[in-house]
Design a protein around this ligand. Structure first.
Ligand code: SAH
Ligand code: AVI
Length: 322
């Protein structure tokens, strides 16, 4: 396997202080990125295959139907994917590019080493004309250390991972991409749309309980990383659509009064019914998206969707180049 280039800064000390303050806050939360250790990355793949999680299969269908048009429009020599996960969906696009171009470099950028390995194994064998580069980094802290493309580069941010960012972080992230883009570069963004609440709620409460495992696994991750003593059995998986904010809020809800020891040795009391936010997953409207794009200096070139308008892919250009 190719070497993994690590462009992450080591921020362990501030991370520890950050965890303490997030947990001591009146509204407790944990950093969403900790959902993705080796097990978390595998569980996410399983979530994508559940009947209830419509996002992956809908986006895959849109990609399959429109890959030729997208490739003809963009003709990329490089593809750079943020939060690539297993890159399973991206394979469709890569195969189309390789039919047109002699060579393609694919950069898989993710915080999870397991995801990078899955991505490599997914793509390794498809063609000798494909060069797969693995980069470990955090898309919020390390984006400034990403080198610009050499030739036509297509940036990808799929799976509605943008929905896991609050508005301020989303604008900042999109702005950073607009700045990273050269004149000839493009950006394909996949986002989940507002729809019937029941459909959204069941996607985050699958019958097999895989999302529950994925959510609870964050406790094992931070226990290991910060030597904490959270117990899975003391928490319930609680994921519900907040219609006012148009977002799923995924919590771990305490089932008992208990306390845990923080890294600074303080005891933190957690009451029965108290909730720890582990993830938000925003569901976008056309208006919210236009607002986001204009604030980030991105211009819509094309918009692809499915029949039910459950999910959309936006092909964007940087407004830096009129
Ligand atoms: N794009 C894939 C995977 C989505 S899951 C798909 O559409 O199926 C979200 C991915 O983002 C995971 O692989 C996770 O490891 C990665 N990720 C989460 N937080 C991250 C961060 N802060 N920086 C970089 N990658 C991150
Ligand atoms: C990666 N991200 C877009 C997923 C989502 O739908 O917000 C993560 C996930 N959380 C629970 N299920 C899936």
């Amino acid at each position: 396997m190719n070497k993994i280039e690590n462009i992450s800064f080591n921020q362990n000390i501030s991370n520890e202080e950050n965890i303490i303050s997030l947990l001591k806050n009146k509204r407790k939360s944990l950093p969403t990125q900790y959902l993705y250790d080796d097990l978390g990355s595998k569980l996410f793949e399983k979530i994508c295959d559940t009947e209830e999680y419509y996002l992956t299969r809908t986006e895959k269908q849109i990609l399959e139907l429109n890959a030729s048009e997208i490739v003809n429009e963009v003709l990329p020599s490089e593809i750079f994917e943020f939060g690539s996960g297993s890159s399973k969906k991206t394979k469709t696009l890569i195969a189309k590019v390789l039919k047109k171009n002699k060579k393609l470099t694919y950069f898989s950028f993710d915080i999870s080493v397991k995801a990078l390995k899955m991505s490599y194994h997914e793509l390794d064998k498809i063609s000798e004309n494909l060069d797969v580069q693995l980069i470990k980094g955090d898309f919020n802290n390390d984006i400034k250390r990403i080198k610009k493309g050499k030739k036509n580069r297509l940036y990808l941010f799929l799976g509605s991972t943008l929905g896991n960012f609050n508005n301020k972080i989303a604008i900042n992230f999109l702005k950073n991409i607009a700045n990273l883009m050269n004149k000839e570069d493009s950006f394909l963004l996949g986002v989940d749309k507002v729809k019937d609440e029941k459909i959204i709620n069941s996607a985050y409460n699958d019958r097999k309980g895989i999302t529950k495992k994925f959510n609870k696994n964050i406790l094992n991750v931070i226990n290991k990383k910060y030597k904490l003593n959270f117990k899975e059995k003391n928490f319930l998986h609680n994921a519900k659509f907040n219609s006012e904010k148009s977002q799923i809020e995924m919590y771990l809800e305490s089932t008992v009064d208990h306390s845990i020891k923080l890294p600074n040795n303080e005891n933190l009391n957690i009451e029965k019914g108290e909730k720890i936010l582990t993830e938000i997953s925003r569901k976008f409207s056309e208006n919210t998206l236009s607002d986001l794009f204009s604030k980030a200096n991105l211009e819509i070139k094309k918009n692809y969707s499915d029949d039910k308008k459950y999910f959309s892919l936006y092909l964007l250009k940087s407004m830096k180049y009129p």
